[in-house]
Design a protein around this ligand. Structure first.
Ligand SMILES: C[S@@+](CC[C@H](N)C(=O)[O-])C[C@H]1O[C@@H](n2cnc3c(N)ncnc32)[C@H](O)[C@@H]1O
Length: 227
């Protein structure tokens, strides 16, 4: 049976849709669970999944009695997410993270996983004692280190509560993605078009190179605000 994700991948040819899966970030569902265990969410709390894709994190949180909102610039992703497990327990909002249509301090926990990070806007919609959950790239030692990333969030009132390094996992994942794109070229090239295929392959190869040179790392972060 063709799944909702497979149908979406047919309509939206992109390497990360094809290769990263439902929990579309480094570490997959295990990363989502790691963050959920530390997000301090209580029954009935409002949680925002910004840049949600098909809202895997929002739907998982909704299963715990959280009032989850999934936002993404691409309405098609949200439509697909609504059809998946617990999709009807989530509120779906088409919006860019750079301009979120929510009130100041609306959310008890704000998430942004492998998507566009807009520190001021994500901080604006966070409540006084909120948590902020991130799965993202960070500078490595040669670029100021993870400390510079943590310091940047401190300027918005966030204190680090938990951190897990995923640099090795990310490097291995990008390596697998690159190998898969090359190995299955006869499948991907007609899907993405010749130039599209080469562009996507270049993107993944460039990403991998940055990791291998030690310029970029990856991690999970839970920040908390003291109120
Ligand atoms: C790699 S996916 C990650 C999806 C999801 N957070 C996850 O971890 O499963 C990146 C998503 O970010 C969305 N996105 C990119 N730029 C955005 C922006 N400025 N505002 C909102 N969503 C954005 C894309 O449409 C895509 O769905």
């Amino acid at each position: 049976m063709v799944t909702v994700l497979e149908t979406l991948a047919e309509e939206y040819p992109a390497w990360w849709v094809d290769l990263l899966g439902e929990h579309n970030h480094v570490g997959g569902v295990e990363s989502t669970r790691w963050l959920l265990e530390r997000a301090r969410l209580q029954n009935g709390d409002l949680m925002l999944d910004a840049g949600a894709f098909i809202g895997a994190a929002a739907r998982l949180a909704a299963g715990d009695g959280v009032r989850a909102v999934a936002a993404d610039v691409a309405a098609d992703f949200l439509k697909a997410g609504r059809q998946l497990e617990r999709g009807h327990d989530v509120t779906w909002v088409a919006a860019s993270t750079s301009r979120l249509p929510f009130k100041d301090g609306a959310f008890a926990s704000v998430w942004c996983l492998e998507s566009y990070l807009a520190p001021r806007e994500l901080s604006r919609v966070s409540a006084r004692k909120a948590t902020l959950c991130l799965c993202c790239e960070v500078p490595e030692d040669s670029r100021g280190g993870v400390e510079s990333f943590i310091d940047e969030w401190a300027e918005y009132g966030w204190e680090l509560a938990a951190h897990k390094t995923l640099t090795l996992e990310a490097t291995q994942l990008w390596r697998r993605c690159e190998a898969e794109l090359v190995r299955r070229r006869p499948f991907f090239e007609p899907r993405y078009g010749k130039r599209g295929y080469l562009r996507q392959l270049d993107h993944v190869a460039g990403l991998l190179q940055q990791y291998e040179r030690g310029g970029v790392g990856h991690g999970l972060f839970v920040f908390a605000r003291q109120g």
